[in-house]
Ligand binder design. Structure first.
Ligand code: ADP
Ligand code: MG
Ligand code: ZN
Length: 612
């Protein structure tokens, strides 16, 4: 109920109460004696009457005995005349005092009006409320464009960085944002522009929402939370108007964090909406961009957006001045998992036999949300058995429960999968370390990331804009390293190599058709490579060469791949011991950082070779 109808309700209630009390008093008054006019005349003659008040046709009579009486006079005639007609002595009449009262005495009117008006008032109020409701219903159609923003005040359920385990790099990046929000002056005075947008990438449950809230908590600013899917409505323009509303609301709050969860719901590449252009989404996205461009230099609003599908985002979102800061949230490795479990065991009664490290060992591939869920399941499990505390076995049993849950099975690794992934990644890493032109390996991990089971992170030692053919050949050999390692170790290959093969083939095709790096086909480009904006990226690369050339390209692709394959295979077979060592370390620790990796490589005194 809104305020107005509440007021009405109370008004009516008060009125009813007053009327009720009034009528109570009214009936409680001693019922007066009713006199007929001739009785009154007699009483006047016998000198019993003290005073007569005339109120219209009503007579109120005060008797000398102290009693009260009422009577009625005739309408047409005056009182004295009437009484005389009834035989009142003139002398006796003189002794009575008279008072003429205004007929509109409050009591009289109330007595008439309240019973008459009450039903009217009630009916009126009833209609009025109905009308209001109908209007509110209509209004809903008009307030459609209001954003359904959730605001977390900075005091209640405030989250800080200490509540977020692991994610060290991400926290470091966001520390900067916190500092911007806390001391904007420092940055403005030196001429730095405060960033407007931060994009958080990460698999579901890696703590994107949590981290965004932690930033607001650390900086002690309001946090506006809206999900991208809430912008998408049936009517074109609604999303855009909600965006406007959201940013306006935040503007009133001053320095604040605007968190747009699941931005991929609106931030998809515009125009690539095959199957009906999605005007609504496009408009919403445009509005977000317009709002972000409109931030004043120092108004201190920062937009944090989260997505688990960075690949589909519109490039306009990623342009400098918009979401130019990108923070990647990886699935937690074994140490992070231990920390996360620790956080989520706060407030739970754990038995002394619980070793959190062991739990972390058993949960490769679990996200932060999975681990939070795991600890909760364990607590429920223990409570159901009427235990006073949670034992290690309860947690391990819950691991299985969470694992066997339908969605998790594909993400968590079995022992066999762990081995395959470890050898696969070790293959990439070993080939990279063995080749002269290769970028140094920064991290090898068998923690799933995106669709890949694990990853080998190699970063160029210096920023380069040009790459040479021999560098590409090195990359190719590296890409194939995982596949070859699986093949030679297990005599079998898994689907884990599919994306490697895809990118290898893609790369070779580019080398040949765009960079002219094939000696056979020469310095010619093949196919039109402009980006067709309205049809989505590279949806169709127009062919401008003959069937025969196409066949030659295919052959060249195979040649390139074969060359890289041979080089990588030679390395893997001749350096099997190192491969084993890397793989075993991975199985044990899941992640190898650069330092440790270098130590392993150095201990084998490995010589670097070149792909020919
Ligand atoms: P996302 O938004 O990435 O899908 P959330 O931030 O909603 O994930 O995470 C869901 C829950 O998982 C959080 O509320 C928290 O309880 C738990 N969680 C996830 N990551 C972490 C972490 N790094 N440290 C502590 N808890 C975490
Ligand atoms: Mg989330
Ligand atoms: Zn691979």
């Amino acid at each position: 109920m809104n305020n107005l109808s509440k007021n009405i309700f109370w008004g009516i209630a008060t009125l009813l109460t007053v009327a009720f009390i009034f009528s109570l008093f009214y009936s409680m008054e001693k019922a007066p004696i009713v006199l007929s006019l001739d009785q009154l005349a007699k009483k006047i003659n016998t000198n019993e009457v003290e005073k007569i008040s005339v109120n219209g046709n009503d007579l109120e009579i005060n008797l000398k005995s102290g009693e009260k009486a009422v009577s009625k006079k005739e309408t047409e005639a005056g009182l004295s005349e009437t009484l005389k007609n009834y035989g009142v002595d003139a002398a006796a009449f003189q002794k009575v005092s008279f008072e003429i009262k205004e007929e509109s005495g409050g009591r009289f009117w109330m007595g008439i009006l309240i019973p008459a008006l009450l039903p009217l008032i009630i009916i009126g109020a009833f209609f009025w409320m109905m009308f209001r409701q109908a209007k509110a219903g209509m209004g809903q159609a008009f307030t459609f464009g209001k954003a359904n923003v959730k605001i977390f005040s900075q005091f209640k359920d405030r989250v800080a960085f200490k509540d977020v385990a692991g994610l060290k790099e991400a926290k470091q990046e966001l520390m900067e944002v916190v500092d911007f929000l806390k001391n904007p002056k420092k940055y403005l005075e030196i001429g730095a522009k405060i960033p407007k947008g931060v994009l958080l990438y990460g698999a579901p449950g890696t703590g994107k929402t949590l981290l965004a809230r932690a930033v607001a908590g650390e900086a002690n600013v309001p946090f506006f939370h809206i999900s991208g899917s809430e912008f998408v409505e049936m009517f074109v323009g609604v999303g855009a108007s909600r965006v406007r509303d959201l940013f306006a609301t935040a503007k009133k709050a001053g320095r604040s964090i605007i968190f747009i969860d699941e931005i991929d719901a609106v931030g998809r590449e515009r125009g690539s909406g095959l199957g009906g252009g999605h005007d609504e989404r496009e408009q919403t996205l445009n509005q977000i961009l317009v709002e972000m461009d409109g931030f004043e230099k120092n108004d201190g609003r920062i937009v944090i957006a989260a997505t688990n599908r960075p690949d589909v985002l519109d490039t306009a979102l990623l342009r400098p001045g918009r979401f130019d800061r990108r923070v990647i949230l990886d699935l937690p490795d074994i140490n992070d998992r231990e920390e996360i479990i620790k956080i989520h065991s706060i407030g739970k009664v754990l038995s002394k036999d619980v070793v959190l490290r062991k739990v972390a060992e058993r949960t490769p591939g679990f996200s932060g949300a999975d681990l939070a869920n795991l600890m909760n399941e364990a607590a429920i499990f223990a409570a159901r058995k009427n235990q006073k505390m949670i034992f290690q076995q309860d947690i391990l049993d819950s691991v299985e429960k969470v694992l066997l849950g339908p969605e998790r099975r594909s993400r968590a690794l079995s022992q066999k999968e762990k081995e395959i992934t470890a050898y696969h990644e070790a293959g990439h890493a070993l080939v990279a370390a063995s080749l002269k032109n290769a970028d140094p390996v920064h991290k090898v991990s068998i923690i799933a990331r995106g669709r890949a089971g694990g990853y080998t992170l190699k970063l160029p030692s210096e920023e380069t804009y040009l790459r040479t053919k021999s560098q590409f050949m090195t990359d190719l050999a590296m890409m194939l390293g995982g596949y070859i390692s699986e093949q030679t170790t297990f005599g079998d290959v898994s689907t884990g190599a599919s994306s490697d093969l895809q990118s290898a083939s893609g790369l070779v095709r580019k080398l040949i058709t765009r960079y002219g790096m094939s000696e056979k086909l020469g310095p010619i480009t093949f196919g039109k490579s402009e980006e067709m904006i309205f049809l989505g990226r590279e949806i169709s690369a127009e062919r401008n060469y003959s069937e025969e050339v196409a066949k030659q390209i295919d052959e060249e692709v195979k040649n390139f791949i074969d060359k890289a394959y041979e080089a990588a295979k030679k390395i893997i077979i001749s350096r099997k011991k190192i491969l084993d060592k890397i793989a075993k370390t991975l199985i044990e620790k899941e992640t190898i950082e650069q330092e440790e990796f270098d130590t392993i490589i150095k201990s084998f005194n490995l010589k670097q070779v070149v792909v020919k």
